[in-house]
Design a protein around this ligand. Structure first.
Ligand code: ATP
Ligand code: MG
Length: 416
C-alpha cells in the first residue's frame, strides 16, 4: 500500500481523556479512532492487525473441528430468562433496549443461551455428538471501568467457541485439545513467553475454569506463577486447597500483574438442563448434553501486544500480526532516479507476495523515520541516492534497532 494513499495520518497527541498506553499509541499511529470511552473504530492499519489475529485463531478453531457461525447481537429476552441470566442482578454488564412496541431486548454479552436454543433443533441422538461451533462476533458490555483502551471495551470482538459432548470423557478430551490450541495461538501472535495457563474460579459446574493470563503492566489481574511450568493460579482462588490440587508450593510462586487474554470453561449441564437440550444415548435413554465455552478477545489481544512490546518511539509488532511485513521508505526528494528505483522495488516486492507499506510521500527523512518508528512495522527498508550508489538497501529491525545492508534478492528471501 502506498502511504500517500492511506487516509489516516500519524498525529502528535492522542485525545486528552485517553489514559491507556495501547489506545494512545494506536490512535497516534492512526490504527484506531476513539468514538467514546471504551468504544473504538478500527481504521485500515488497525483492521489489518485485528484480521491477522482473527486468522490465526480461525485456523486453530477449524483444526479443532469448529464450525464457524455468526449469531445475532440483538437478543431475545425469553431465551435469556430460561437460564436466569436476563436479570441485571445476575449479569451486570447488560445493555438493554426495546422495540417500538416496547418488547425488551438485549445486546449480546455472550452466547451460551442463544446457541443452546439453536442446538435444540439439531441435537437429538448420541450420533449428533460431539459438535463444536464458534464465531467472531461483536459483544456489548456495559463495563464500569473502561480505562484500558481496546483491552476493556464496551463494544468488542470476541471469538467464542462452544462444545457439545455426550460424556464427561469426550468433553475432557476436547477441553485438553482446546487448551493446546490456545497455547499455540498465544505463541503464534508473539505472547508465548509471557502467557500462563491459569487456574481460576470455575462457577457452579467445575472446581476451576482456566484462563490464559499474559504478563502486562496494564493488566487488571494478579496471578501466582510457577515459572518452570508456566502455570499460574489466579489470586481469586489462591488457597491451600488449590495449591494442593495443582501441586505447587506457595514459596515457589511469583506474583505477576496480568491480563486475561482468553479462557476455557466447563459448563457441565448448566445450560443444557435449563433449555432441555437432551439426546438419546445408545440405550435409548435421555441425557443432558455436556457443554464447554472457550473465549478469546482479538482486540484485547491486540491491545496486550501493544502494551507488551511498544517502546518510547512507538508500536512494535511481532511479525505474524504486523499490518505489513515491511515499511519501504523512499528518500527521493526531487530525485527522479531514486523515485524510479523505489517504485520498482515496491512492485517487485508485491510480485514476490511481500506486502509492504510504501512511504512514497513528499516528506522529510526525519518525519518519515519517526512515523515508521511509531507505526511499528517489523522491518524498515530505506532507498536513497546513497543506497542506490552502493547498490544496497538499508534495512532496520524495529524491535532491536539493528541496521544492516542487504541486496534486493536477499531482502526478498529474508521476508518470504
Ligand atoms: P474480564 O474478567 O477481564 O472482564 P471476562 O471473564 O468477562 O473478562 P469472558 O466473558 O470470558 O471474559 O470473555 C472471553 C474473552 O473476551 C476474555 O478472555 C477477553 O479476552 C475478552 N474480553 C472480555 N471482556 C472484554 C472487554 N470488555 N473488551 C475486550 N475484550 C474482552
Ligand atoms: Mg468481564
Amino acid at each position: 500500500m502506498r502511504q500517500s494513499q492511506l487516509f489516516t495520518k500519524t498525529r502528535k497527541d492522542a485525545p486528552k481523556d485517553e489514559v491507556s498506553k495501547n489506545a494512545e499509541l494506536l490512535i497516534r499511529a492512526g490504527y484506531i479512532h476513539k468514538e467514546m470511552a471504551g468504544v473504538y473504530s478500527f481504521l485500515p492499519l488497525g483492521l489489518r492487525v485485528l484480521n491477522n489475529i482473527v486468522e490465526i485463531i480461525r485456523e486453530e478453531m477449524n483444526a479443532l473441528g469448529g464450525q464457524e457461525i455468526s449469531m445475532t447481537a440483538l437478543q431475545n429476552k425469553e431465551v435469556w430468562e430460561k437460564s436466569g441470566r436476563w436479570s441485571d442482578d445476575v449479569l451486570d454488564v447488560w445493555f438493554k433496549t426495546e422495540l417500538k412496541n416496547k418488547t425488551e431486548i438485549g445486546l449480546g454479552t455472550t452466547h451460551e443461551e442463544p446457541l443452546t436454543a439453536i442446538m435444540q433443533g439439531f441435537i437429538k441422538s448420541y450420533r449428533d455428538l460431539p459438535k463444536y461451533a464458534y464465531q467472531f462476533q461483536t459483544k456489548f458490555r456495559n463495563e464500569t471501568r473502561a480505562k484500558s483502551g481496546i483491552m476493556r471495551a464496551r463494544e468488542f470482538l470476541m471469538k467464542d467457541l462452544y462444545s457439545f459432548s455426550r460424556t464427561q470423557e469426550q468433553h475432557d478430551e476436547f477441553y485438553q485439545k482446546a487448551k493446546e490450541s490456545y497455547i499455540r495461538i498465544f505463541k503464534t501472535v508473539g505472547l508465548g513467553e509471557k502467557t500462563f495457563f491459569t487456574y481460576a474460579s470455575g462457577g457452579s459446574f467445575s472446581k476451576y475454569s482456566h484462563e490464559f493470563q499474559t504478563e502486562c503492566f496494564a493488566g487488571e489481574d494478579l496471578v501466582y506463577v510457577d515459572e518452570k511450568s508456566k502455570v499460574a493460579i489466579n489470586k481469586e482462588v489462591l488457597n491451600e486447597e488449590v495449591l494442593k490440587d495443582v501441586g505447587f508450593s506457595r514459596n515457589d510462586l511469583v506474583e505477576k500483574k496480568t491480563v486475561e487474554v482468553g479462557n476455557i470453561f466447563n459448563l457441565g449441564t448448566r445450560f443444557s438442563e435449563a433449555f432441555g437440550l437432551n439426546f438419546l444415548d445408545e440405550n435409548g435413554e435421555k441425557r443432558p448434553v455436556i457443554m464447554g465455552s472457550y473465549g478469546i478477545g482479538p482486540g484485547r489481544l491486540m491491545g496486550t501486544i501493544v502494551e507488551v512490546f511498544a517502546d518510547d518511539k512507538g508500536l512494535v509488532w511481532p511479525k505474524n500480526v504486523a499490518p505489513f511485513k515491511l515499511h519501504l521508505i523512499s528518500l527521493a526528494g526531487e530525485d527522479e532516479k531514486v523515485r524510479g528505483e523505489a517504485d520498482a522495488l515496491y512492485e517487485k516486492l508485491a510480485i514476490a507476495g511481500i506486502e509492504s507499506l510504501y512511504d512514497d510521500r513528499d516528506a522529510r527523512a526525519g518525519e518519515k523515520f519517526a512515523d515508521a518508528d511509531l507505526i511499528g512495522i517489523p522491518w524498515r527498508a530505506v532507498i536513497s541516492a546513497k543506497t542506490i550508489e552502493k547498490g544496497i538497501i538499508e534495512l532496520k529491525n524495529r524491535a532491536t534497532g539493528e541496521v544492516s545492508e542487504i541486496t534486493t534478492d536477499d531482502l526478498i528471501k529474508k521476508l518470504k
